[in-house]
Design a protein around this ligand. Structure first.
Ligand SMILES: Nc1ncnc2c1ncn2[C@@H]1O[C@H](COP(=O)(O)OP(=O)(O)O)[C@@H](O)[C@H]1O
Ligand SMILES: [Mg+2]
Length: 534
């Protein structure tokens, strides 16, 4: 069944509707040629913006997702369906086999089961294969598009050349190039170890949440951030030694393993020789010399310095605005206070923001150096590693940092924390309201707003309004619970809430009085001359 495109409103800005237009374009492609890969493209486009983007269209998006799931089911059925690669691809039941192995101990492909498509990026399709404990991820070229075919192949060639020199603990283990059996069809691609965990974008958010909630300490938070930075620097130096630039360093292009806590830089699809034009880049993490009028400059060439800049922007995003989407936070333009109120309706200035302080710290110095205007200044971060004060001066060593990262990404620390709260018979604070001083402030502001007397306006208050007032009261009551959890003294706020609650009860009985008596009493009490006019 063809998929139904999403609707938009002329009231929405072009920027806002861009993801919708992208999804609709992908839907059009799929409806014309309903293959597994085209379906995956629709899903990818839908998943590209963060969830919150679809808030206005969430019903439609829900039904679209449902329709996609149904289509998937149809495509995965065996008889008479077009198969993962579409009807045009010839049927071939031969097993998967290696075409080229980078390591002699590459796992034998016999018996690997296709788990379905994994999380996917923009360039091609990825597939997960499982055998026992081992999961492999295949990155395949999309369809017959020769450009993309070479891009996938090129990424493999990069790994191949790199691994001829030596492996790197912070790069993915790529085993080789294979002819893969996908259902009853075949495609070529490269196979690497699947990293169970979270990509950097998710990991950074998780880290911040854990810190805000007090699940990890300040030392653990910064230790993890410093480790992420150090790993990236070693990868860039390693690539640089081989004569290459990554060109697309950003939170989505590293993974954090849930089992080991290791930071693995991925996506060499945009990598190029130093001084050559990159193939794929993301403008929000891009160095100024790589941009032209806010967009990637197709003429610009990557350098070690431009990679270092992107590491700086990645760290800036992690520490300053991990919950913000790229459009809200511009990590490559420094830091965005603006990104925060967008998420929590918090007035600008309330949220602590490292770059906003009038003090210099190792952190600000390090980021200023990594994101300096001058590429050569940035390059020092790789050449003179010892002078990276912030990155090196960590309270946690590598193993301790990895321990934090795996605890955060696997959900282990969160679980332990919840169990502790449960054992104490209390509800843990939620992730939405996190910061102690913010809760205190919110509570004060909200209870202050409650104080004005409403009783004399009783006649003007409708039941609907009273409902809203009560809802606000219960929100404040919830806030009080959170505040209690943080050990804030809430007795005064509780008194106000109790008093208001009684006032509202009175109001309610006023409102519920039969209209006539209410009218009578009001007209008799205010026997104005107007009222006597006949
Ligand atoms: N080895 C891996 N293990 C687990 N997930 C991976 C792995 N490689 C990539 N991914 C996931 O797939 C996504 C897309 O992969 P990536 O190599 O970045 O391709 P693209 O060039 O399409 O962005 C990543 O953001 C990540 O979430
Ligand atoms: Mg990517």
């Amino acid at each position: 069944m063809p998929l139904k495109p999403l609707s938009t409103s002329i009231l929405w800005s072009k920027d806002f509707t861009k993801p919708t237009r992208d999804v609709n374009a992908a839907i059009a492609v799929y409806n014309k040629s309903p293959t597994g890969i085209n379906l995956q493209l629709v899903e990818e486009t839908l998943n590209r913006p963060p969830r919150i983007h679809w808030a206005k269209q969430f019903k439609e998006v829900n039904s679209l997702e449902f329709a996609i799931a149904q289509e998937k089911e149809k495509l995965s059925g065996s008889s008479g369906t077009p198969g993962v690669l579409g009807a045009a691809a010839p049927k071939n039941l031969a097993p998967s086999r290696w075409i080229e192995r980078l390591f002699l101990d590459a796992p034998s492909l016999d018996g690997y089961v296709l788990l379905g498509d994994s999380k996917k990026g923009a360039q091609g399709a990825t597939f997960k294969f499982e055998l026992g404990n081992r999961i492999l991820l295949a990155k395949t070229a999309r369809g017959k598009d020769t450009n993309i075919q070479t891009e996938c192949r090129r990424e493999f060639e990069f790994y191949k050349l790199l691994y001829r020199r030596r492996e790197h603990p912070n790069l993915a283990k790529v085993w080789g190039w294979a002819d893969l059996k996908l259902g009853d069809q075949h495609a070529e691609g490269f196979l690497m170890d699947f990293i169970k965990g979270a990509d950097g974008f998710a990991a950074q958010k998780l880290l911040k949440d854990h810190w805000d909630l007090g699940i990890i300490s300040t030392a653990q938070y910064w230790g993890a951030i410093q480790y992420i930075g150090r790993c990236h620097i070693t990868v860039v130096r390693y690539l640089n030694d081989a004569g290459w630039v990554h060109n697309d360093i950003k939170p989505e292009n590293y993974m954090v393993s849930a089992t080991t806590g290791e930071v693995i830089v991925i996506d060499l699809g945009g990598a190029a020789d130093i001084g050559r034009q990159p193939a794929a880049v993301t403008s929000n993490y891009l160095a100024p010399e790589m941009r032209l009028g806010g967009r990637p400059n197709p003429e610009a060439v990557g350098s070690v310095g431009s990679d270092v800049f992107s590491i700086g922007a990645t760290l800036a995003h992690a520490t300053e605005a991990p919950h913000a989407i790229h459009e809200q936070a511009r990590p490559n333009q420094g830091v965005q206070v603006k990104a925060v109120p967008y998420l929590s309706n918090t007035p600008v200035g309330l949220v602590r923001n490292q770059f906003e302080y009038g003090v210099e710290t190792d952190f600000t110095r390090q980021l200023n150096r990594m994101m300096s205007e001058h590429p050569l200044e940035r390059q020092k971060v790789v050449d003179e590693v010892a002078s990276n004060r912030f990155l090196n001066d960590s309270m946690l060593n590598d193993n301790e940092a990895k321990e934090v990262l795996s605890g955060v990404v696997s959900g282990r620390l969160d679980m332990e924390w919840r169990l502790k709260w449960a054992a104490a018979g209390k509800t843990p604070p939620t992730l939405l309201i996190t910061d102690r001083s913010r809760i205190e402030r919110d509570l004060d502001l909200k209870t202050r707003a409650l104080k004005s007397k409403v009783t004399q306006d009783a006649v003007n208050i409708t039941e609907g309004m009273l409902g809203m007032m009560r809802a606000e009261l219960s929100r404040i009551a919830q806030l009080i619970q959170h505040a209690n959890a943080f050990g804030i003294d809430t007795r005064r706020h509780q008194n106000i809430v109790n008093q208001k609650s009684r006032e509202y009860d009175l109001l309610e009985s006023e409102i519920k009085k039969p209209k006539s008596t209410a009218l009578k009493s009001s007209s008799s009490s205010s026997a104005s001359p107007k009222g006597k006019k006949i």
